[in-house]
Design a protein around this ligand. Structure first.
Ligand code: PSU
Ligand code: MN
Length: 300
């Protein structure tokens, strides 16, 4: 039921770099038509960096690693469900189309043997209405390097950071000492390990694996130009009030908050979201290339 597309399978078999990309950001995270433009742009960035993109999604009763363009268009057009590990089996068994969250994408990518992954902001612990993302457990379970822009600003960030620590997920700050704040470059939460080079990321990931620790490492890359923190604080407060009033619960909380933020900010949050996704795809591609290189036998 997991289908690895031919270009992805060929690249993996040859030891060439592959970068996994998620699709819930396309089906639920961004408005149309920017979602499809973004999905295509991310794949282009990965190719330009010398790796093969593997966007993951659910179609026709299959978890696909490496959607082709028509499949991506289908998902981006919608309607599509949001597939987390807890509802994935039911979605696949009934043949419904779905975008895959960070957690489900990690599962699929790990099954295929992909080791680098780019997303926007990971899911985490919400304030209100309460919800806790399956992304946290998946990061602690699947052996990939995940590049993100921190935890989504709509979350309870201290609780999310604490949960990552409890679960044993190393968080590396890309040229930064604080966890990235998603829509703003830096949050208030210190990161234990700062990294300056792609090589440092790769060495830490390989050490984590060699020590027999489960799961992967999370790289936090601050967005280059973020929103004014005061504007964001105001929009966040308004968005939370909107979503409380809407009665959204569980898996609908994150998409509802992102949509409310986009509306309250007149699209400013969407622009930043797109920029940080592109930057994360670039860094994840460099990681994938370095990982493929690290595997090469040393020639005398
Ligand atoms: N990053 C973004 N936009 C998104 C997401 C991440 O910039 O829409 C998606 C990811 O797929 C992530 C999901 O796994 O939101 C989190 O949803 P939840 O909190 O329900 O697990
Ligand atoms: Mn939930």
């Amino acid at each position: 039921m997991i289908q690895v597309a031919t270009p992805v399978a060929t690249a993996l078999a040859a030891g060439h770099p592959v970068v996994a990309l998620e699709s819930t950001v396309l089906t639920h995270g961004l408005p149309r038509p920017r979602n499809l433009e973004l999905g295509r742009a991310l794949e282009r960035i990965v190719r330009d960096g010398g790796a093969v993109p593997a966007t993951v999604g659910v179609l026709d009763g299959r978890l696909i690693v490496g959607l082709d363009d028509a499949q991506m268009e289908l998902l981006a057009h919608g309607p599509a469900a949001k597939a987390s590990p807890w509802n994935l089996a039911a979605i696949v068994a009934t043949g419904r189309p779905a975008g895959t969250t960070v957690a489900t994408t990690l599962h699929a990518a790990a099954a295929a043997g992909v080791r680098a992954f780019a997303t926007g902001g990971i899911g985490g612990v919400h304030r209100e209405p309460f919800d806790e993302s399956a992304d946290l457990a998946a990061l602690a379970r699947y052996p990939l390097v995940t590049v993100c822009a921190g935890a989504k600003s709509v979350l309870d960030v201290p609780a999310t950071v604490e949960r990552l620590e409890t679960a044993g997920v190393p968080v590396l700050g890309w040229r930064s000492d604080q966890l990235a704040g998603f829509h703003v470059p830096l949050g208030e939460f210190p990161i234990a390990e700062r990294v300056e080079t792609v090589d440092a990321i790769v060495r830490t990931f390989l050490a984590h694996r060699a020590l027999g620790l489960p799961g992967g490492v999370l790289v936090s890359q601050p967005v280059a130009e973020g929103l004014d923190p005061r504007d964001l604080a105001r929009w966040l407060e308004e968005a939370h009030a909107d979503v409380r009033a809407s009665g959204a619960r569980g898996k609908d909380v994150t998409p509802a908050l992102l949509a409310a933020l986009a509306e309250r900010s007149n699209g400013a949050t969407v622009d930043v979201n797109v920029r940080l996704l592109e930057a994360n795809a670039r860094l994840a591609t460099e990681v994938a290339v370095a990982l493929a290189f690290a595997d090469r036998p040393v020639s005398a």
